[in-house]
Design a protein around this ligand. Structure first.
Ligand SMILES: O=C(CO)[C@@H](O)[C@H](O)COP(=O)(O)O
Length: 218
């Protein structure tokens, strides 16, 4: 089952309540929330207050992607703000195993994110600690970037690792996802597709989400 997680980085921040509320009727499965600190990535986006506000405006699960240094410092606050999934970058913490444990202790599902240059081997000893692996298909920090085709090989590799592990782990991809790349990433084994521009840039968001899903049905 393919799930679509629209990234609210591409939404109208001045109308976030309505933007988020519209997504459920449009067929979204999750709301992807990009948190950036201006250190781990060269951009600043939003914090716990916005996650709380988004929580009040949707019943969809909140998929919070922390692009912040030492994410363990803020896991409790994002969980309390209403995050259902909290994903931390393998590159942002010296204690990935511990950070993932903290996410589950805080009552959220734990995700681990890999930058494009990061080897999937970093997952080898933590698959029992994660509910989701997010393979970045662009360098994190900005919406609207071009998909990096070399990531298809990484997605397929991670899919094999997950299947061999026997754990129920979602494989999410993020960056440059449109109808064409949706088909490619799904064929490689991804089952959760984050899409910013492709959803919020469309005239008809329901149609855009359905189009992504239909292209991803392989
Ligand atoms: O995490 C990020 C960027 O850091 C993504 O969630 C982007 O926001 C996706 O945007 P599009 O590439 O779909 O426009």
């Amino acid at each position: 089952m393919i799930k679509i997680a629209p990234s609210i980085l591409a939404a109208d921040f001045a109308a976030m309540g309505q933007e988020v509320a519209s997504l459920q009727a449009a067929g979204a499965d999750l709301v992807h929330v990009d948190v950036m600190d201006g250190r781990f990535v060269p951009n600043i986006s939003l914090g716990q207050g916005m996650v709380q506000a988004i929580r009040r405006n949707t019943a969809l699960p909140l998929d919070v992607h922390l692009m912040i240094e030492e994410p363990e410092r803020y896991i409790g606050e994002f969980a309390a703000a209403g995050a259902d999934v909290i994903s931390v970058h393998a590159e942002a913490t010296r204690h990935l195993h511990r950070a993932l444990g903290l996410v589950r202790e805080a009552g959220a599902k734990a995700g681990v994110v890999l930058n494009p240059a990061t080897s999937p081997e970093v997952l080898r000893y933590i698959l029992d600690k994660v509910d989701l692996v997010l393979v970045m298909t662009v360098n994190p920090g900005f919406g609207g970037q071009a998909f990096i085709p070399q990531m298809l090989e990484k997605i397929a590799y991670v899919r094999r690792m997950i299947d061999e592990s026997g754990y129920a782990i979602d494989l999410e991809v993020d960056g440059g996802i449109d109808a064409r790349t949706a088909r490619q990433v799904a064929a490689a084994g991804a089952n959760v597709l984050v899409a910013g521009s492709a959803v919020f840039g469309a005239q008809d968001r329901a149609q855009a989400i359905e189009e992504l899903k239909s292209h991803a049905r392989v």
